[in-house]
Design a protein around this ligand. Structure first.
Ligand code: CP
Ligand code: NVA
Length: 305
């Protein structure tokens, strides 16, 4: 049976560890995997812009000996020119997997339902699972452990926050989420993550104050205040999120060596200052690089023989 990758929620903790172990190998012994997906093709259907997701999937696939084909929003015009069902059925006849970046999470679920090949979530309004796996892999690489590590996410309770909640909980990290009230992550995600964390003896704690959220944190993570598709709210969000900027003043409350993370693209001067983004503790480009390595592991797990 084909397996999709739509949410970190669907992965067992052991599967995440397997992905991380394979990623270690892919990073250290790249030359051993140059034919791993030879003859395979993935199709990227993107309804939103992208730098990292598109490039890391395309280059990653080439490095594994396979091919990648990118379809921009206008080419497919998903659900308008053709139904999601018909697109899924058609592409399944040509390609070995679909990476979909879209707005409504439901679109990905429908694509997965109709496709006979694996569907990978390349970001929806609800989750960004490839990002969170790469992020936690990066923390593990830098700090050599996950248990007992506090990651403080400061900003909007969005798609990235949701995937981080699941991933931190599943890997035994403690996660603090600091958002303005009304911008918390979705209740169901918080509740599910708390349940998972309980079994792992780790914690999920929500704050409406950024200083409390980052207290004692080993890692401070932020993302844009206005996600793709929310552009009309940008001005209002700038006002509401003003006190949640990751800047030098906020860092004084965290551990002195706290790592700085951002999934990128960053709106420098809004959610993060240049000073922090370019500081020696910033690992934002390591995260970006690890997107590719982790996704190569995911592709091998889903498509490899
Ligand atoms: N972090 C991330 O997904 O970047 P892109 O939007 O550029 O793909
Ligand atoms: N929350 C952001 C993440 C971009 C990678 C967005 O959805 O636009």
């Amino acid at each position: 049976m084909k397996k999709d990758f739509i949410s970190v929620k669907d992965l067992e903790s052991a599967e995440i560890e397997e992905i991380f172990l394979l990623t270690d190998k892919l990073k250290r012994q790249k030359e051993k995997f140059t034919k791993a997906l030879s003859g395979k093709t993935i199709v990227l259907i993107f309804q939103k812009p992208s730098n990292r997701t598109r490039v890391s999937f395309e280059v990653g696939m080439y490095q594994l000996g396979g091919n990648a084909l990118y379809l921009s929003p206008h080419e497919i015009n998903l659900g308008v020119r053709e139904s999601i069902h018909d697109v899924a059925k058609t592409i399944s006849r040509y390609a070995d997997a679909i990476v979909l970046r879209t707005y409504a999470h439901e679109t990905i679920l429908q694509m997965a339902e109709s496709a006979s090949v694996p569907v990978i979530n390349g970001l929806s309004d609800f989750e960004h699972p490839c990002q969170a796996l790469a992020d936690v892999y990066t923390v593990r690489e830098k700090l050599k452990r996950l248990k007992g590590i506090i990651l403080a996410y400061v900003g909007d309770g969005n798609n990235v926050a949701h995937s981080l909640l699941y991933t931190c909980a599943k890997t035994g990290m403690d996660i603090h989420i600091g958002t303005p009230s009304g911008y918390e992550p979705k209740k169901e995600v918080v509740e599910e993550s708390k349940q998972i964390a309980k079994a792992k003896k780790s914690s999920v704690i929500l704050f409406d104050n950024p200083h409390q959220a980052v207290k004692n944190a080993d890692v401070i993570y932020t993302d844009v205040w206005t996600s793709m598709g929310q552009e009309e709210e940008a001005q209002e969000r700038k006002r509401i999120f003003r006190d949640f900027q990751v800047n030098e003043k906020l860092l004084r409350v965290a551990k002195p060596m706290a790592l700085i993370m951002h999934c990128l693209p960053a709106h420098r001067g809004e959610e993060i200052t240049d000073e922090v983004m370019d500081s020696k503790n910033s690992i934002v480009f390591d995260q970006a690089e690890n997107r590719m390595h982790v996704q190569k592991a995911i592709l091998i797990k889903l498509l490899g023989n």
